[in-house]
Design a protein around this ligand. Structure first.
Ligand code: HEM
Ligand SMILES: CC(C)=CCC/C(C)=C/CC/C(C)=C/COP(=O)(O)OP(=O)(O)O
Length: 297
């Protein structure tokens, strides 16, 4: 077992793979997907391809940097949890200096792309998102309060808005609705995971809601947030952003999510919480896909 102080030799391939994992590619692929849909919704026709690619790349690079710094800050906590103890920062396979260098390089290139080829509003908002996740959420809120995710989730909700400003240079009601949807989606997404991973979180010492207030209390909050999410998910229709296809799709998606949340309250099991967490990811992916498909008609 390595400690955070020992840096073991890795082959170049292993080192690159470890760097890649620190950037949390799976979470960030959905984050960038929501940003891309934000870009598509912001432009009447498909956005100019080069601008679309550069903006997505800029946002992705800054997200990767934020994820790598999160792994660095949390390396001691990560080492205590089964889910995260394999991370190269937790194992000590990648040193803090290497992680900071990687994150600085990725973040700097990302912000430079946004500043040079997109617009300064998007660059500043992306930087604010980065600070929101690495400083406000990771450093301040996460170790301090079980409601960490409620405020911290704002950073994960920003990408569609960033995509929107990247194409238009302005913030308007539509991207704020997309922000609201992800903002309300994040607590059920995370609390479902925190429920079935509560032993991990108890070991880590992080004050996660299922550990501090119990499963029943957390499931009630999952249900309340899912109800608010379902209401917010209908706003695109009332604003005229999307039509019948989206309405049908989101109604079905909401019914299933509410079904999971009610089932968790009535008859909790770790297996059900795990399925709810997985469904939360499918829900958000399909919601954004439905917004896009609806726009094509
Ligand atoms: C600050 C807010 C968020 C927190 C605390 C959070 C928490 C987590 C955690 C702890 C995992 C790891 C699950 C595991 O290792 O098994 C996870 C997975 C995931 N999250 Fe989130 N999440 C947040 C926001 C988001 C956002 C905004 C998105 C997308 C728009 C997202 C998409 C995903 C995806 C796709 C996975 C699955 C990754 C995989 O399969 O490896 N999350 N989330
Ligand atoms: C554009 C830009 C800068 C976006 C950054 C937004 C961002 C990275 C959002 C958070 C998504 C995420 C990796 C959550 C993991 O939560 P966690 O850190 O609590 O999970 P962990 O326990 O797996 O570390």
């Amino acid at each position: 077992m390595h400690t955070a102080a020992t840096v073991s030799p890795l082959s170049l391939g292993q080192r690159l793979a470890a760097f890649g994992h620190l950037c949390k590619p799976r979470v960030n692929s959905l984050i960038v997907f929501t940003a891309m849909i934000g870009m598509c919704l912001a432009t009447p026709d498909f956005p100019p391809l080069l601008r679309f690619i550069v903006a997505a790349l800029g946002i992705a690079l800054v997200s990767f940097a934020a994820a790598a710094l999160n792994c660095l800050v949390e390396r001691t906590v990560d080492a205590k949890m089964a889910r995260t103890s394999w991370r190269a920062t937790a194992r000590g396979d990648i040193s803090p200096l290497e992680t900071i260098s990687l994150a600085t390089a990725l973040g700097a290139v990302g912000l430079w792309l946004l500043h040079t080829y997109i617009n300064d509003l998007t660059m500043w908002l992306t930087l604010a998102t980065f600070v929101g996740y690495t400083v406000i959420y990771t450093l301040i809120l996460k170790p301090a309060t079980p409601m960490n995710i409620v405020i911290g989730g704002a950073s994960g909700a920003m990408p569609p808005l960033l995509g929107w400003t990247a194409m238009t240079g302005v913030v308007s009601a539509e991207p704020l609705v997309l922000f609201l949807i992800i903002f309300l989606w994040t607590p059920p997404h995370f609390w479902a995971l925190a429920c079935y991973r509560r032993d991990d979180y108890a070991r880590s010492g992080l004050p996660m809601l299922p550990v501090t207030h119990g499963i029943a209390f957390t499931c009630q909050h999952i249900l309340w947030y899912t109800v608010m999410l379902a209401a917010a998910s209908l706003i695109p229709v009332s604003l005229g952003m999307s039509g019948t296809f989206y309405l049908i799709a989101i109604s079905l998606l909401d019914l299933v999510f509410l079904g999971y949340a009610i089932a968790l309250c009535r008859n909790y099991s770790d297996a059900l919480a795990r399925r709810t967490f997985r469904y939360s990811i499918l829900y958000l992916t399909l919601l954004f896909a439905a917004l896009f498909i609806d726009r094509l008609f």
